[in-house]
Design a protein around this ligand. Structure first.
Ligand SMILES: Nc1ncnc2c1ncn2[C@@H]1O[C@H](COP(=O)(O)OP(=O)(O)OP(=O)(O)O)[C@@H](O)[C@H]1O
Length: 275
């Protein structure tokens, strides 16, 4: 996927103000950014659901603005708005949608992957919020997409469901599915994404591997330990040296930790600077 100079204005706001993105095949790519940053608008343009004002976009070697049905069948989407509640059961819904695709996954496999086995016979309208979201994901992957868009996929999931969802995404990625997701959960981006882009006010303010975003790996570390006087801490760019010096006494250092700024620290700095 290749995006250059993407722009989109609504009557009152420039929602996307010149975005460049590259996503490689097989990559998990996360879009991060505060509410209203322009993530959903960008994703909708990439999905072919919204017209852009300016810029060039190539998704699976086609322009989403003009690509046809065959292209659409190669793409899976999980939008922010949940599937319409229906009288159908989970099983029936998944089977129904499978018929739209030339190369569907087995419905039983998808039910299993999405943790819906116990709810397969339940009516969709009776599902909890998190279960509905898992059904959305099931419908997003039923067509065996080469590229899967997930807009805030785990909002409303309990911690266990989120972990299960992460392993589902890891399985899909291991099978070669390219995944573009938006999320407000930085631990999710860190667990799943090969690369992330932080968007603020319609612009990309940083892009890179989660471990290296905003020069994170090069930022100063904090070394903490306990001694007779209580907790001690030093900020340093050479933590190994600091620990070497502390170790000269020969004893074990109590409560020794070395920490770098978290992805959340870096993210908040980046987004704060963009305000
Ligand atoms: N259909 C629309 N008509 C007018 N303005 C819109 C429309 N959709 C979005 N906007 C505005 O465009 C800006 C970007 O919205 P967008 O939904 O792309 O942000 P987002 O990054 O996805 O936010 P969130 O994290 O809250 O989902 C916001 O200021 C929003 O109010």
């Amino acid at each position: 996927m290749r995006v250059r100079g993407l722009r989109k204005a609504y009557p009152k706001i420039q929602a996307v103000a010149g975005i460049d993105l590259d996503v490689e095949r097989g990559e998990v790519f996360a879009l991060l950014g505060p509410n209203g940053a322009g993530k959903t608008t960008t994703v909708e343009i990439l999905e072919g659901h919204r017209k852009r004002d300016e810029g060039t976009v190539s998704v699976l070697d086609a322009d989403p603005g003009t690509a046809g049905r065959a292209w659409r069948a190669r793409i899976g989407m999980v939008l922010q708005t949940a599937t319409d509640a229906a009288e159908l059961t989970v099983n029936e819904t998944i089977r129904h949608f499978a018929r739209y695709y030339p190369r569907p996954r087995q419905p039983e496999e998808v039910i299993e992957l999405c943790g819906l086995r116990e709810k397969a016979g339940a009516r969709v309208k009776g599902l909890s919020g998190g279960q509905r979201r898992r059904l959305d994901v099931a419908l997003g992957i039923i067509g065996t997409p080469e590229l899967l868009f997930l807009d805030e996929p785990t909002t409303g999931f309990d911690p266990e469901a989120r972990r299960k969802f992460w392993s589902l995404i890891q399985k899909l990625a291991a099978d070669g599915t390219t995944i573009v997701l938006t999320t407000h959960y930085l631990d999710e981006a860190e667990a799943l994404a090969d690369r992330v882009a932080v968007i603020a006010k319609g612009e990309v303010v940083a892009q890179g591997a989660p471990g290296d975003l905003g020069g994170r790996a090069q930022r100063e570390a904090t070394v903490r330990w306990f001694d007779r006087n209580g907790e001690q801490s030093v900020r340093t760019s050479t933590p190994t040296k600091v620990i070497g010096e502390l170790s000269l006494g020969g004893g074990e250092l109590t409560g020794l930790t070395v920490t770098r700024p978290s992805l959340e620290d870096v993210y908040l700095d980046l987004v704060g600077e963009a305000r």
